[in-house]
Design a protein around this ligand. Structure first.
Ligand code: 5AD
Ligand code: SF4
Length: 417
């Protein structure tokens, strides 16, 4: 005897309202964003619910539903079950510095202006990502503070906190930071990662191609006093360039202030001289160099184990504790792909699922051609489906980038740091 048909008053194959609430793909022109719907007006959350009813085919049938394959991109899961709750949005490819490790010596061909996503477009995509499960957004570049009107954009993204966004952060070289601090704080900016590889002006000039060492240091100190929840300093460590300054950097920022001083293994990107004129200084050596003068106590990976930095409490050898922590990021020698929760949106509107994979999907063209949020979510899902378990070793990356050449491989400045 067939099972008694259960009534399912709200759920049927033609469910409109509930399907919209669940999948969040609204219908109808309810938006103030040209060509789109107001994603912010929709109900979140979209993360997996622990209270879901197990849904086998037979139970589903009583609701008039048939299983059609894997669940949608909600929660932004990839094939390996990694939930992508972190989106890094590059807002410009321009920068007021020329760091050797970030961009090719000859610079990069700048985007035609209309290739750049507008604030409205960034806001719409950010809102969509938040609806799909993103909880942390970082604004990057190039240098995000060189984009005209950036305070307005930060405020727009900050407003997504009312709709599920939990953290808003920015990576900047700090040169223009001081004048923006009040606006960033007002907009809900929680944390800033500020880049500085050396305390010596002459070296700064050599690495970045510009002046600005003293201003950067002053801006970092100002940020630490301004009330952000977190201030981090990022130094990319290169052999023979700044590997003799690691302890000085830690003392300058993390000893008296609650700043996290982070040392990053130098990664190969198109045209950045990796393994040629510039060499990596591995994480193990970074730690060794610090321990020549400091005592480090391991605290595990940041973000409760999901982060990218091995964290340490630091002490002078006489026992005096540092106010801030030390982080070491070993992307090359000990990759952390297993816990990767990151995706990226480039300044020209391409979705990337891995920093070190050339794969990307254009969201800008469909967006401008009138794609619905559902269409865009489908493309995001397609991208995540091709995300690999891990990235290739450094030497292989270097070769792939070389073979692809500057028109196909993106330098760091064009991906977004
Ligand atoms: N290797 C590692 N980190 C890099 N960054 C830029 N280029 C590289 C590279 N080749 C990081 C810097 C900077 C941020 C924008 O990106 O730490 O803080
Ligand atoms: Fe600019 Fe940052 Fe790249 Fe340096 S690392 S050139 S500051 S984007």
């Amino acid at each position: 005897m067939p099972p008694a048909r259960r009534t399912a008053p709200f759920c049927s194959a033609s469910c409109g309202g509930l399907a919209d609430a669940v999948y969040g793909f609204p219908r109808g022109p309810t938006s103030d964003i040209p060509g789109g719907v107001d994603a912010r007006s929709l109900s979140l959350p979209v993360m997996p619910s622990g209270a879901a009813i197990p849904m086998d085919a037979e139970t589903a049938a009583t609701y008039g539903l048939t299983l059609r394959g894997d669940a949608r991109a909600h929660g932004l899961f990839d094939r390996f079950g990694r939930a992508h709750t972190y989106l890094r949005i590059s807002v410009t490819e321009r920068c007021n510095l020329r760091c050797r490790y970030c961009m090719p010596e000859e610079g990069v061909q700048l985007l035609p202006k209309d290739h750049l996503l507008s604030f409205e477009e960034i806001e719409r995509l950010a809102a969509l990502f938040v609806r799909l499960g993103v909880r942390k957004i970082r604004l990057t570049g190039g240098e995000p503070l060189v984009r005209r009107g950036i305070d307005d954009l930060v405020a727009r993204i900050g407003a997504l906190k009312a709709h599920g966004l939990e953290r808003l952060m920015m990576t900047s070289n700090a040169l223009l930071l001081r004048e923006h601090i009040p606006a960033l704080l007002r907009a809900g900016m929680d944390a800033v990662n500020l880049s500085l590889d050396t305390l010596r002006p002459e070296r700064f000039r050599r690495v970045t191609g510009r002046e600005g060492c003293e201003e950067t240091i002053a801006a970092i100190h100002a940020a630490a006093r301004a009330g952000f929840r977190k201030v981090k300093v990022n130094a990319v460590v290169m052999k023979g360039v700044n590997d003799d300054e690691l302890v000085d950097l830690a003392r300058a920022f993390a000893r008296e202030l609650p700043i996290e001083m982070r040392y990053i293994e130098y990664m190969p990107f198109e045209g950045n001289g990796w393994g040629e004129e510039l060499e990596m200084f591995p994480a193990a050596s970074i730690r060794g160099r610090l321990e020549e003068q400091l005592r480090l106590e391991a605290r595990g990976l940041n973000d409760g184990g999901a982060g990218t930095a091995q964290m340490y409490d630091a002490f002078e050898k006489d026992g005096r504790p540092f106010q801030g922590q030390i982080g070491i990021i070993s992307s090359m020698t000990e990759p952390f792909c297993g816990t990767c929760n990151r995706t990226r949106l480039t300044a020209d509107g391409h979705f990337r699922w891995c920093l070190l994979d050339e794969g990307e999907i254009d969201l800008r063209a469909p967006l401008r051609a009138g794609a619905t949020d559902g269409d865009l979510a489908g493309l995001i899902e397609q991208g995540l489906r091709s995300k690999r378990a891990g990235h290739a070793p450094a030497a292989v990356l270097k070769e792939t980038q070389k073979a692809a050449g500057p028109t196909h491989a993106r330098s760091m400045i064009r991906i977004g740091g």
